[in-house]
Design a protein around this ligand. Structure first.
Ligand SMILES: *Cc1c(COP(=O)(O)O)cnc(C)c1O
Length: 366
């Protein structure tokens, strides 16, 4: 049988492992930070009608500039953004890949603050960009001083700031974003995949775009918008940045079906986002209950909670899986991550994890 070693694979890809969160069919899947609430039926019907109409012209290539979609995304983002400042692709992963293709590449570096989203390193390696990580402060916080010191030390071509950060949930203050944007000579990307789950009143880095042509704010429809399966991510930046991304995108990269579906979802953004408050409430419930059990939940502005105080994360992960509850092993010592689901899913998780509560360890005779 042929193995990878037999193929003329690029040297820098040898020994790498692909992105691989388990995809298992379980009753309670809380491992990849999806919105676990289904799409409302009336919205689904509207999306179907739009996709059906688009099918009639699939003999033609789609609008390469996805003009209508950019206008709809600009309208959704607000902040006075015009469509010429908007870009979209098949998930924000592809948006980030476009950024790395245009501004990274061989001989260039991208800086992030570990632990952070595992795809950053993979996208960097796929584009031949050197991935450099710097440390965070205590409890995974990231102060302006710490971030700026790392920017000065590494002088990166790109900085990837994840706000709130995955897998830790840590919110990021705009002071840090502004300080990094002012200190860096390269492109500064703020990945706001989870920003809709931040506490009400939390400002977006979109408010910092004016006058900062190298600042980019990336978003996704995969999380709060409950649209992960459709693969739609987007960003806002200076129109010149958008021009740079046109140089690396594949022609017609957003299919007519994707554009039609995304427009349908955006036409119902209020309904699509209706569950966000409920999910935030379940997130806060998880943090409170886990703390009560003696675990150490970290501060989260996202739809998931990272918690420490787990003696044997792998054993707990397996035990929960046996009960039909899938959560996430992050590889951080003594820690696990769980997505806030529906109230019933959250209850199932909390009841299952209670067995392993540090506060119960005496009762278990440990
Ligand atoms: C889930 C996630 C994304 C979204 O990826 P898509 O490709 O849009 O589905 C982006 N950034 C972070 C940090 C994420 O956790």
């Amino acid at each position: 049988m042929t193995s990878l070693d037999d193929l003329p694979l690029r040297d820098d890809l040898r020994g790498r492992t692909p992105y691989g969160a388990p995809q298992k069919s379980v009753p309670v899947a809380l491992n990849v930070n999806e919105n676990t609430h289904p799409i409302p039926e009336d919205v689904a019907h509207d999306i179907v009608a739009r996709v059906a109409a688009a099918i009639l012209s699939l003999n033609r290539y789609p609008d390469r500039e996805f003009t209508e979609l950019r206008a709809a995304l600009a309208g959704y983002l607000g902040h006075g953004l015009e469509p010429d400042r908007i870009w979209a692709a098949n998930g924000s992963n592809e948006v980030l890949q476009h950024l790395l293709q245009a501004f990274g590449g061989p001989g260039r570096t991208a800086l992030g603050f570990a632990p952070t989203y595992s795809m950053y390193g993979l996208l960097a390696s796929g584009t031949g960009t050197e991935w450099v990580t710097a440390k965070r402060d205590a409890d995974y916080e990231l102060s302006a001083d710490t971030a700026v010191a790392a920017v000065r030390e590494h002088d990166p071509d790109l900085v990837l700031l994840c706000a709130p950060n995955n897998p830790t949930g840590t919110p990021l203050s705009l002071d840090t974003v502004a300080a990094v944007a002012d200190a860096a000579r390269g492109i500064v990307v703020v990945d706001e995949a989870y920003i809709e789950f931040a506490d009400p009143g939390t400002p977006s880095a979109l408010t910092l775009l004016e006058g900062r042509p190298r600042l980019v704010v990336s978003r996704t429809m995969s999380k709060a918008f409950a649209f992960a399966g459709a693969r739609v991510g987007y960003l806002a930046a200076d129109p010149a940045v958008i021009d740079a991304l046109r140089l690396v995108r594949l022609p017609y990269h957003l299919s007519a079906l994707t554009q039609a579906a995304a427009l349908g979802a955006l036409a119902h953004s209020g309904e699509m986002l209706a569950m966000v408050d409920e999910i935030r409430a379940q997130r806060d419930r998880i943090s409170i209950e886990l703390a009560r059990m003696g675990f150490r939940p970290y501060r989260s502005g996202a739809n998931f909670v990272l918690f420490g105080g787990v003696d044997d994360p792998h054993a707990v992960f397996e035990e929960l899986l046996e009960r039909g509850i899938l959560i996430r092993e992050i590889g951080l010592p003594g820690s696990l991550r769980v997505t806030a689901g529906t109230e019933a899913e959250t209850t199932a998780f909390l009841e299952a994890i209670a067995v392993f509560a540090p506060a119960n360890s005496e009762r278990r005779g440990e």
